[in-house]
Design a protein. Sequence first.
Length: 315
Amino acid sequence: MIEHVALGIDIGGTNTAYGLVNRKGEVLFEESIATSDYAEPEDLVEKIYQDVQNNGFMDNLLGLGVGAPNGNAFTGNIEFAPNLKWKGVIPIAELFEQKFHRPTLLANDANAAALGEHLFGNAKDLNDFVLVTLGTGLGSGIFINGELIVGSQGFAGEYGHIRVVHNGRSCGCGRKGCLETYVSSTGVVRSVKELESEYKAASSLNDLPNISAKKVFEAASAGDRFACEIVDYTAEMLGIALADFAAFSNPKAYVLFGGLAQSGAYFSEKVKKHMEDNLLKIYQGHIEVRNSALHDMNAAVLGTAASMFWNAIKK
């Protein structure tokens, strides 16, 4: 009996991860490439096609699930994604269907990650939760009463673009003060450059030729006071934002996924504290902050692949 597999593709602002997943959630093949290495989306489609074909999975392939920033599930298009070098409207689902000759479902990348977490990760027991992706940008996938919320246009969950500072940092979306300019990997790097502190001059971060969010968190763990201030500032910004969002969806938990969340309890406990300090009293003590269980497996790949199976279940 042929074991059907689905191809999950997570197109991110920095990297594109893709893998083949069976109905049990087992990843049979997985790869990651730099998104910016591909000048046109057709070039990226061709690269993924060749990899799947060379690994001998084509005959077993049931379909494709694609997660992308500003991915519209209704049209199959990536629409004006600020963190991608490809601009405008990209008919990404159509490009994959034409190449693979398989049905292709497109989802917002954070929605795909939320689906993966719900099916295979730390949200298996949750019907009401919000997954927050903390990568190049910041996104969210919202589950309410066991349903993934996509909205009237398919763009629900653009939480990184709520504005948290009036006339604040410039954002790739064209506005100022968006949450992701403060709480994301790129936001952390901007904080290192823009925030002032009595500890800044003596910080070990000054000795690094290239600063990344990962290096900031490592320096904080090692006791660098300025790095600690950056981590605390980032956690505070996120915690306050999550406290505000609770008033809209009343989640049982927030699940943190992505580079910043990989520091584990060191970051999530700080976020939890700031969230609790700013919640309405009716919500205090009732909302968990969890870390993704799928960091090493890529929740978005699992989610996008599983969307093929999920779609069949929901019909």
